[in-house]
Design a protein around this ligand. Structure first.
Ligand SMILES: [Zn+2]
Ligand SMILES: [Zn+2]
Ligand SMILES: [Zn+2]
Length: 342
């Protein structure tokens, strides 16, 4: 059984996932392991049978599956059991209860979001939202994170297009920092910090890649990484929780997501990247006495962060959490805007 251990100095939780069963030598990089030497378990008519069951799927008009959600074969957290939060001397520990699912984005192996139809991308986003709604019904889960690793250098162990969902019994620190900033700003100004930033960015128009009546795609002012991107609802569509996004809004999101990822792919030669959705914590889950779970998070503003993995986090970044980004976001946008995509 894995467990979540709290580091009281850095105020961060770590999942000690002993069930993922790596022996010390498994971490040594091996070039021979680069290519998948086994039949892909996510391919249609491949080794699908190895997947124990389907959690949810979206089918096309011919009843063929297009997107499906399945349990992760090597889950970082396990679904069964009661939450057990306890002290271990000076430390805090929670048993590894959570959910770990894989979203298979397409039955086709050599597919990715830039090559998919808008309808397919739309279905992937509908699956994200619907799995989020479903997992938020579970009171044990305080947070649900949806993320994607693309390319081996971004942590993807399978080439087949897929993303992952992990529901955790704690709110991760990165999210807590964002929630606190949004709450403090709101208490002071009665406005959303994200809406104010987006309004100013739209006015400045130096770091905006794409905008329509629903979403904006931009490179953050203090981007940590070259070509870091953020996609978020425009201020008139402010939403704190991704689960409240309608089908129609997700269609527009599919357009902007595909456009942004297509430009990154074409402009940077298909770079490895991670993307993640930051949404509000699960407000169905009410942990007594906690500031976060007693309140709704209308002052938060969900967003997608896209992080191309073009630079490596080195000593200085590890030591300080202080990033050195050689590409100003204005230059990144100038470059991405010139790229033509269909
Ligand atoms: Zn495959
Ligand atoms: Zn907002
Ligand atoms: Zn964020």
């Amino acid at each position: 059984m894995s467990e979540l251990r709290h580091d009281p100095i850095q105020k961060r939780w770590v999942i000690i996932a002993s069930d993922r069963g790596k022996r010390p030598l498994d971490f040594v990089p091996d070039a021979k392991n680069k290519k998948e030497s086994f039949a892909c378990p996510f391919c249609k008519d491949g080794f699908e049978k190895r997947i124990p069951y389907t959690i949810s799927e979206i089918r096309d008009s011919n009843q063929n599956w297009q997107v499906k959600s399945v349990p992760n074969k090597f889950p970082a957290l396990k679904i069964e059991g009661d939450l057990d939060k306890r002290a271990d001397g000076i430390y805090d520990v929670v048993n590894g209860i959570g959910a770990h699912e894989v979203i298979i984005e397409s039955p086709e192996h050599d597919m990715d979001i830039p090559s998919m139809s808008i309808e397919n991308v739309h279905n992937v986003l509908i699956m994200y939202r619907d799995r989020l709604i479903d997992l938020q019904k579970d009171m044990r889960f305080k947070y649900v994170i949806i993320f994607k690793n693309h390319g081996q250098n971004a942590g993807a162990s399978l080439e087949h297009p897929h993303s992952q969902i992990i529901a955790t019994p704690i709110v991760p620190r990165t999210v807590t920092v964002e929630l606190e900033s949004a709450r403090q700003y709101y208490l002071l100004k009665e406005r959303c910090i994200f809406c104010d930033i987006i309004t100013q960015e739209l006015k400045d128009n130096k770091r905006i890649l794409y905008k329509d009546n629903h979403y904006v795609s931009m490179s953050p002012y203090a981007s940590r990484f070259p070509f870091e991107m953020m996609i978020a609802p425009v201020p008139s569509k402010h939403r704190h929780d991704f689960s409240s996004t309608t089908d129609d809004e997700l269609y527009h999101l599919a357009i902007v997501l595909k456009d942004t990822l297509s430009r990154l792919k074409k402009g940077l030669d298909d770079p490895p990247y991670n993307f993640l959705i930051h949404t509000s914590p699960n407000t169905n889950s009410n942990l007594k006495g906690s500031y976060y779970y007693d309140t709704l998070h209308y002052d938060f503003h969900w967003h997608i962060e896209i992080i191309p993995r073009l630079t490596k986090k080195a000593g200085f970044e590890w030591a300080t959490g202080f990033y050195i980004n050689p590409t100003p976001p204005e230059k990144a946008i100038e470059y991405l805007k010139k790229i033509t995509v269909d």
